[in-house]
Design a binder for this molecule. Structure first.
Ligand code: C2E
Ligand code: CA
Ligand code: CA
Length: 397
């Protein structure tokens, strides 16, 4: 917690002078100040600032000396904003925002230089921004490529089969987004998902995944007659919080005549806890019959208490536990704990990331009901998914 520091100034008292080192910025609590340039003996007023306005921040941000002077007009109370308080916020801002800030500072300083008739030297660069600039530009470029890719229908869900680990029967699939870029070939979510999720692109992509997955579920049901056959769709936080999410989902579902009980929504622990305002959406989804899975369970740090209040139907055990359960007793203990908890809460369990027969044998022994992983299949296009067949041999392990 920062200590609120205040300073009082009498009329005409200097707050700082041009050329001083910037030690802090100021917030005007009451009164007013004049910001001005000096040209020999003359003062060139730049602006008058009043209650609630901030000044003196420029030289803190870019580390250059004060580029103007400032004095109180009447009795003035100022709140001190320390260098650390300000820089912590600048450093934690989005890199694009920092780049814009740098551009604004450069423009402001150039304007001041122009007023003084000086050739402009520009502002010193914000620390570390030069290296970041390249990264930021690459990110913006990727955003544009993704947007074009969405326009050109280059994104499609692939489907990873999910099996009943007891019988080996195909029970459903998880829709996983793939980008078939015209110039770069197949691209996995690891490359584009973060950029998508940090922008509104995820809303367009999410709607597209819902539309294509429900259309494809229609095709799957013609081949796989199991009445409980489901498609599982990943929902990101932004999507879940979007006011049109539920309405869009319902209209697509009605368009394809799919029962909600054959559509599973996967939300991560983080989305569930960070989107508490959208909790009513979760209840509405469940009320309509949708299956609701908590994804990547065990990787967050939230309390278990909230689980009991959420209308969940499924819990997915994160791949990190499956990967290590044969070599690490702690992972195995966590899995056993999750199995117990799921049973007590009446949740169905899915193990993700099963890669070998030993893992499968252990999960079967533990009575985990559903599983997916490279042992069975990676995510594949619809045409290949329709040729998988209804059964795999789970006992051969
Ligand atoms: P996730 O929801 O945890 O999906 C499971 C990931 O594990 C997928 O990676 C899948 O290909 C991978 N996987 C499955 N079995 C195995 C295995 O046996 N071994 C290994 N090493 N990996 C396995 P993918 O497709 O790269 O997706 C990564 C993440 O991107 C997903 O994690 C999900 O969070 C996100 N994602 C994918 N598609 C969508 C989507 O349509 N919408 C949203 N919001 N997120 C998506
Ligand atoms: Ca998932
Ligand atoms: Ca997962």
């Amino acid at each position: 917690m920062s200590i609120k520091q205040q300073r009082r100034y009498t009329p005409n008292e200097f707050i700082f002078r041009e050329g001083d080192t910037g030690e802090c910025a100021y917030l005007i609590e009451s009164g007013s100040v004049l910001v001005f340039l000096t040209d020999g003996k003359d003062e060139m007023p730049l602006r008058i600032l009043g209650d609630g306005e901030v000044f003196g921040e420029m030289s803190l941000i870019d580390g250059s000396p004060r580029s103007a002077s400032c004095r109180a007009i009447g009795h003035t109370n100022l709140i001190i904003v320390t260098k650390d308080q300000l820089l912590d916020r600048v450093r934690s801002a989005d890199a694009v925002v920092r780049l814009l800030l740098q551009a604004l500072l450069e423009r402001l300083r150039a304007q001041n230089d122009l007023l003084r008739g000086k050739p402009t030297s520009g502002a010193p660069k914000i620390d570390s921004l030069a290296e970041e600039k390249k990264e930021v530009l690459q990110r913006i470029e990727l955003e544009i490529r993704i947007a074009n890719g969405l326009d050109n229908d280059e994104f499609h869900p692939y489907y990873q089969p999910i099996y009943d680990l007891n019988t080996g029967s195909l029970m459903g699939c998880e829709a996983l987004l793939r980008w078939h870029s015209k110039d770069k070939g197949m691209i996995s979510p690891g490359v584009f998902m973060d950029v998508m999720e940090e922008s509104s692109l995820i809303l367009r992509a999410g709607k597209m995944v819902i539309e294509k997955s429900l259309r494809d579920l229609n095709e799957m049901k013609k081949v796989y007659k199991n009445p409980d056959f489901f498609v599982s769709i990943n929902v990101s936080g932004r999507q879940f919080m979007d006011a049109t999410f539920l309405q869009h989902l319902e209209s697509v579902r009605e368009q394809y005549g799919m029962p909600a009980t054959q559509v599973k929504m996967e939300l991560t622990e983080r989305v569930m806890t960070e989107c508490l305002p959208a909790m009513s959406t979760l209840h509405q989804l469940r009320g309509l019959g949708y299956l609701l899975a908590i994804d990547d369970f065990g990787t967050g740090f939230s309390s278990l208490q909230y689980l009991a209040n959420m209308p969940l139907t499924d819990l997915k055990i994160d791949r990190s536990f499956i990967m290590t359960m044969l070599s690490d007793n702690k992972s195995l203990s966590i899995i056993k704990f999750l199995i117990n908890m799921a049973a007590n809460l009446g949740l169905s369990l899915t193990a993700e990331g099963i890669e070998n027969k030993n893992e499968l044998a252990l999960l079967r022994n533990l009575n985990v009901s559903l599983g997916q992983g490279f042992l069975f299949s990676k995510a594949i296009p619809l045409a290949d998914f329709l040729k998988l067949g209804q059964l795999v041999d789970v006992k051969a392990a």
